[in-house]
Design a protein around this ligand. Sequence first.
Ligand SMILES: *Cc1c(COP(=O)(O)O)cnc(C)c1O
Length: 369
Amino acid sequence: MPKATETLLEINLNALDNNYQYITSKLKKETKVLAVVKAYGYGSDSVAVARELVDLGIDYFAVAYTGEGETLRNASIETPILVLHPLPVNFDAIVDRCLEPSIYSRKMLEEFITYTEKKQQNNYPIHLKFNTGLNRLGFDESDISFIAETLSKTKSVKVKSAFSHLAASEDLKLKEFTLGQIKAFRKISEELSAKIGYKPLLHCANTSGIINYPEAHFDMVRTGIGLYGFGNDPEVNKHLKPISTLKTVISQIHTIQKDESVGYNRGFIAEKTTLSATLPIGHADGIPRSYGKGKGWVTINGKKAHILGNVCMDMIMVDVTEINCEEGDEAIVFGPAAMADELAAAINSISYELITAISQRVKRVVCRK
Ligand SMILES: *Cc1c(COP(=O)(O)O)cnc(C)c1O
């Protein structure tokens, strides 16, 4: 790629290939892989990422919301798509676009069956979500008899998979809790299969679950953050490559004299002559205001340039006093050489939050390198 001349999010498909190969190297050959491409592919470009994963042989996709699944269907992605958090208002779009709902409550199960019967569906694929400790979405173990009885009265739906979600797979201090979740899921799935009379696909591991809990791989794994290049662990990160680089450019450089200030509300006051570079990226692009006053930085010509004063909606100003640079030079917010998880940690955040927050105003450029 030539140097950036405006704010860009560069998405490197070769890095995605690398991450897919690393994650699948942790699996048995027969284990299926579901790629989580919610939230625009964790802030990248869900269509470009999904197309590449189709070429790599992905088995399944998951999105959080129905509209995200529609986006993939509009791009002619034909792979099965699990919608993790559908709502009854989405049933039309789900069935219309062959999306597969996660069914997480008695009410949802009954309403979806009523809907599919009305639409004369047969064996419409559904995925049963069980709560094993995250306490977010999902049936309880005690719902299994109700589920089995409800399913026995209809031919309109078929359970394609049963799944659960780990609350702390990246945190080995909570290993006992996670092992308890895995055990509970195993018990639930056995009881479910016995009561409904067939074996759906089972899955419960996210990226850190894949790495830390081989016993939790079951029939399929769900990987999100790992595909995008983060493993929630420095050792794992060595094998992964961030797929996205957020770049911008120096619009203007100002010399700030002692006692002059920079930005709104005089957020920075110079104690000595300071060189300030203005960059065309701000909180509306996904740089949180909490990065202001030196907490956040960009990398210019290999050196960290910290944010001066407050983050504006469309701009930040950074300290380039000690950096040899000029207007038009590139600035890297995050990328393989400026890890997003390190920048996220500076405001007690995590890679997930920083990368998914990059707004749609930022142009996406897909490349291979
Ligand atoms: C987002 C999500 C995932 C992906 O988790 P990663 O930690 O990004 O791998 C998997 N399963 C569910 C239910 C999710 O909501």
